[in-house]
Design a protein around this ligand. Sequence first.
Ligand SMILES: [Zn+2]
Ligand SMILES: [Zn+2]
Length: 273
Amino acid sequence: MKSCRATGRSRLQVYFNYGTIPFWSMHVAALLGVIWCGFSWSGVMLAAGMYYARMLLLSAGYHRYFSHRTYKTSRAFQLVLAVLGQTCTQKDALWWAANHRWHHRHSDGPEDLHSPRAGGFWWSHLGWFLDGRWKTTDLAAAADLARYPELRWLNRPSMQLMPAYVAAALLFILGGLPGFVWGALVSTVVLWHGTFTINSISHLYGYRRFQTRDDSRNNPWLTLVTLGEGLHNNHHYSPGSANFGRRWFELDVTYQLLRLWEALGLIWDLRRV
Ligand SMILES: [Zn+2]
Ligand SMILES: [Zn+2]
C-alpha cells in the first residue's frame, strides 16, 4: 500500500483508527437518524438552513476575518463570529486561522498541510486532519488573534465542541429528534464535506484566471455550495481582498453579506480588490 507522505502510515491507517471514530460515527449517526425519523422536506429545509448559515460563518468569519483580516470589527462582534463559527465543529478560530495561513504560505508546496499534490484527492479532502498531525494550534501563526484571552479560551480542548453541543441541544429542544437529526447531524456532516471541497476540488478542477504559484482553481458551481469560496484561484491571487468574484458569473454571496454588515455598521474597512 502506498504510504502517506506526511507520516509514513498507510492510508487505511490514516483514515481508520481510534482517533477517527468520532468523525465516521457522525456519518453513520446522520444516516441512521434519517432512516429512523424518515425523510421529510421540512427536515431537508432545516438541514439546508443550518448548512448555509454556518457556511456563511465559516466564509465570512473564520476565513475572511480571522484568517485574512479582510475587514475590521469590534471586539464584541469578533467574539460573536468566533463562538457561532465554533458551532461548525471545525475547531476554533485560532486553530482554523493558523492552519489556513500556513496553507497560503506553502500552497501546494512540500510543506502544505492539505495539497492534493502530496497525497491525492482524499488526502486533501480529509486525510490531512484525520492524520492528527495538525491537531495542535500554532499560536505564533495567529499571534494577532491569540492576544485576545477570550479567543484563547475558546481554543482550549474542553471548549472546542461546546458551542456545537449547545446548538445541538437547542435543535433537540425546539425540533425534537428530527430537529436534532436534520439540523445538527445531517447538516454538520454535509457542511464538513462542503468545506473540504475547497482543499480538494478547488486545487484540482476548474479554471485558472490568474497564474498563481499553486494549483488553485475557480468553480462557479462550487460557489453555490460554498457561498463564494469556490472562487479559490481568485482568492489565492489576492488573499487580502474580501470580494472573491471578478466577473458577473462569479457569485460571491459571502461578500454581499459583508456589504450588508458594513452598511449596518457591524464591520468596517472592508478591503476590496
Ligand atoms: Zn487553497
Ligand atoms: Zn484563504
